[in-house]
Each structure stands twice: as C-alpha cells, then as structure tokens.
Design a binder for this molecule. Structure first.
Ligand code: TXA
Ligand code: MG
Length: 360
C-alpha cells in the first residue's frame, strides 16, 4: 500500500468547480493516482477506469477485496459505448430519465473494461453522477472514473470530506471537498442483465420512481444473513456488495421495528436499562420521537421527519459517524417506512444492525 505523508483536503466550489483545482486532481488521475471527490450520493474514491494500476490502488486504499466490483462513472452517455457490448433499450430509457443522477445500471461488459473493475464478472456497473465536481473531473480526465465509496472496507460511506479523511488519511494524496452530499445514501444499483430488471441495492432513485419509466422493475430480493466476517469474501463473490455487514459502524446498533408506539416504548426501556448500568447510549432519532428522548441522558442525533425519508437518508450516515465519534457504547434506532428513499434507509439500517431486527 502506498503511504502519503500528507493527505491534502482542498475546498472546491460545488456548483462551479475551479478549473485549476479540477486539473490538479485530473493530472493525479492521469498518473495512475487515486483522488477522493464528492458525488450527489456519497464521496467516491476514484481512479482512471482503464488503468489497472490505479484500480489496484483503490482496492489497497480501501482495504477492499478484489472480489467486490466497482462502479464506473461517466460524464456523457456516449461514454457507454467503450464500456458495454450492448446498450439495452431499457438502459437508454432509464439513462434519459435519471442521468445524471443516483442510478447505477448493470450492463454487459465491453472488452476494454479491465477485470479489476468487474471482479471478473461478465457485467459492468455504470452511472453518470450529477455532482458538478464529479462531472468536471471525469471530463478533465477524458476517461471514465472507477470509484467505490471513499470509506475503509466495511465502514459507513462518507457524506463529507472529513468523513473520507477520517478513513483514508495517509492513503490518498488528495480529497476534493465539495461540502456535504445531498442524497446521503449510495446510488440505486439496477440489474438490467437478468431477464427481469431487479434492484440489487436500493438507493438514491426510489423503486416507485423507477417504475414510472420501467413498470416491471423488481424490488431487491431478501438477503441471507452472514455474521461471520470470514465469510465476507465468499459472500461478495455470490452477490457482490450485498454483504449484510457492509455498512456496519464500529458500535453495535439496535434496530427496532413495529408500531410507532411500540418502538418508542421499547427503545425508551432499553435506554433506561442501559443507563442504570452506566452505559453511554446514542439514539438516531426522528423529529416526531424527539420529545420521548429529550430529558434523558442520551446522545441524540436528529435524522429529520419520519414522514420525509429523503431527509432521513441524507442525515443517516453522518449520524452513525457522529455517534461513533461521541464514543457511545450502543446506538438505538427505530425503523422507517418503505416509501421513497425509505427502502434504502431500511437497507442501510439493517446492514448497520448486522442483519438483526428487534420486532416489537
Ligand atoms: O453512489 C454510489 O454508488 C457511490 C458513489 C461514489 O458513486 N459508489 C458506491 O460504490 O457506492 P461501492 O463500490 O461502494 O458500491 C458499488 C456497488 C457494490 O454493491 C458492488 O458490489 C455493486 O455496486 N456492483 C458493482 N459492479 C457490479 C456488477 N457488475 N454486478 C453487480 N453488482 C455490482
Ligand atoms: Mg461502498
């Protein structure tokens, strides 16, 4: 693994990125280096998708197994031609409706795409991000950028430059800081290679919205729970990126599901029990539940209204990291409805809870 004495964080205008800063980052990428950059979903750890040495550096910096394939980021729909053998009609329609934006399409892989990008699969994941900094960087490089989320393997995805720095300091030369990410959860990964278009990872474009363009899109299939971390690599090969521990914070998270009244009662009881034992408890709390927990000696992180899943999605990863930083011993959180980005929120909470739900 390459070590950098200094990881530089450079502020960049999120709406109108400074050309000299983008050029500096692009020139690192041209030389086979990696750079952290903002997207509308989460920060990415990018390298030139056509330079195998750069791809190796991505895996090394993250500590990610080679069996977990990367998303290739493009800035023009025309870039698809060098990445895929065949562009299905459905892909064209979806791209027209949702690109640039938080939708990743799984397509048949083109010959030029390095094996390291796809983990040897016959398919490639492609998306066109809508963040001006990401788009400017891809254009300046003149080549697609392969980028996973800019966190250490198994940690929560970063939604600020500081989060990426906390995970990758000394492992990357440069982080472009374009402020907090708007969506806050990763892109929706949609498999267009199988017979029926199926969501592999719910994300920034909801199932309902996808169905307005492609009515037969299927929701994600339920995943098996894998708790042994030594099984992770094997699991990654079976269904890439769908490991239940993928987003785990370093603190245990207890996830409650049931009626709102029951979730509140159960969480309050658990909070009081742990406090009697002198534990430091964190709660990811919805606005509506705030009065229940205020006045108790817990560390609260507000997620926004339970009626507004986009708001919850955008606060969730920052909340997990903030409570980790606050050195709580356990995190309590209620579950949210499936509508809109709620499906992605539920997925990330389930992963953070190691696949366990406390039904109340
Ligand atoms: O929003 C996002 O998607 C962010 C930003 C940086 O664009 N990227 C991101 O990348 O979340 P990563 O590597 O953390 O997650 C990529 C997901 C993984 O679940 C991976 O297994 C899946 O996409 N994936 C990549 N290529 C695939 C393929 N050919 N078939 C199935 N899944 C694939
Ligand atoms: Mg990731």
């Amino acid at each position: 693994m390459q070590q950098f004495l200094q990881t530089e964080i450079v502020q960049v205008d999120a709406l109108c990125p400074e050309a000299d800063i983008i050029e500096r980052a692009a020139s690192l990428l041209r030389n086979g280096e990696v750079v952290v950059f903002p997207t509308e979903t989460v920060y990415g750890l990018g390298g030139d998708a056509f330079q195998p040495a750069a791809l190796e550096r991505i895996f090394a910096a993250k500590g990610r197994p080679f069996s977990d394939p990367l998303i290739v980021h493009i800035a023009h729909e025309g870039d698809l031609e060098q990445l895929t053998r065949h562009i299905p009609e459905a892909a064209k329609r979806l791209a027209k409706a949702f690109w640039p934006g938080p939708l990743t399409l799984i397509l048949p892989k083109g010959e030029r795409v390095p094996k390291l990008v796809t983990a040897g699969l016959e398919t490639v994941a492609v998306r066109m991000p809508r963040h001006p900094v990401a788009l400017a960087l891809i254009r300046a490089l003149g080549s697609p950028i392969a980028a996973p989320s800019a966190n250490r393997f198994m940690h929560v995805s970063p939604t600020t430059a500081q989060h990426a720095y906390d995970d990758l300091a000394g492992r990357v030369p440069l982080i472009l800081d374009g402020g907090p990410c708007e969506v806050g959860v990763e892109s929706t990964v949609l498999d267009l290679h199988s017979d029926v278009p199926t969501i592999l990872r719910p994300g920034g474009v909801s199932l309902e919205v996808l169905r307005t363009v492609l009515p037969d899109v299927q929701p994600p299939r339920p995943r098996p729970v894998h708790e042994e971390s030594r099984q992770e690599e094997q699991q990654a090969q079976l269904s890439p990126g769908q490991m239940l521990l993928h987003y785990a914070p370093s603190v245990p998270l207890l996830l409650y599901d049931g009626s709102v009244a029951h979730m509140r009662t159960a969480m309050l009881r658990e909070l009081e029990r742990r406090q009697r034992q002198g534990e430091r408890v964190g709660v990811l709390v919805a606005d509506e539940d705030l009065p229940i927990f205020e006045g108790h000696d817990a560390i609260l992180y507000k997620l926004g209204s339970a009626q507004n899943p986009s708001q919850v999605a955008s606060a969730l990863f920052a909340g997990l990291r903030a409570l980790e930083e606050a050195r709580v011993q356990v995190i309590l959180c209620r579950n949210f409805d499936e509508h809109g980005l709620g499906l992605a929120v539920r997925d990330r909470l389930l992963k953070a809870a190691g696949g366990k739900i406390i039904e109340v």
